[in-house]
Ligand binder design. Structure first.
Ligand code: GRF
Length: 202
């Protein structure tokens, strides 16, 4: 099984996925990184790991469709079975989402459906909640929605800042994403309506 990871920024989740694959947490190859930001640190990480990268800068395409067609071409060439969005900061067109239905995961730093969008950690601090968390879900047309694969909570402590909370959230993300990938690779995720049923392991 071949996995592509799509990133826009730091790429710490990408790194965690690579480390998990090196530890043989799941039986799949991290075959490709797709990145839309030529200066993203994530690209350096992929280079260091000898993982092929594709940089697709939307500025070089006539429109989003042409841009995504280029991504699809690359994914098909690399024979990708699973796409993992990991800090990819662009909303994909419905045609792309449909093509990879139930084969594309995303990770989000909150207990979805709470705190959707790009500032989930900040929003949790602002809202004063005592619990937030991390969600891995299949991607659907609606932003930060879609059947939940794994979700785990974390308490917000008195005096937590965005930075201190983010640190714990990222740690949890780095454990949860490989777990979810393992379930996918072992064919244990069954989407029934808008829910995911986790099948027992063999
Ligand atoms: C993570 O918090 C992830 O949940 C969100 O974007 C962030 C990406 O971080 N979707 P990184 O690039 O993996 O370090």
């Amino acid at each position: 099984m071949n996995i592509a990871v799509m990133c826009s920024g730091n790429g710490s989740n990408f790194q965690a996925i690579v480390e998990a694959s090196k530890r043989k947490k799941f039986d799949a190859k991290i075959a490709l990184m797709v990145c839309d930001k030529p200066k993203a640190y994530a690209l350096k990480r992929a280079e260091n790991e000898n993982i092929g990268t594709v940089i697709v800068d939307i500025k070089n395409f006539a429109n989003q469709e042409a841009y995504e067609n280029r991504i699809i071409e690359t994914l098909e060439e690399a024979d990708i079975n699973l796409i993992c969005l990991a800090g990819y900061m662009r909303i994909l067109l419905p045609s792309f989402v449909k093509k990879y239905k139930n084969r594309m995961l995303n990770i989000h730093p909150s207990l979805l459906p709470q705190f959707k969008g790009a500032h989930a950690i900040k929003d949790a601090i602002k809202a004063g909640v005592s619990e937030t968390g991390v969600t891995v879900h299949f991607v659907t047309d609606e932003l930060d929605s879609g059947p939940v694969v794994l979700q785990e909570s974390i308490s917000v402590k008195d005096g937590d800042t965005e930075e201190s909370l983010a640190e714990r959230i990222h740690k949890l993300e780095h454990r949860l994403y490989p777990e979810a990938i393992k379930l996918f690779v072992e064919d244990r995720l069954k989407v029934v309506g808008d829910k995911v049923k986790i099948l027992p392991g063999k």
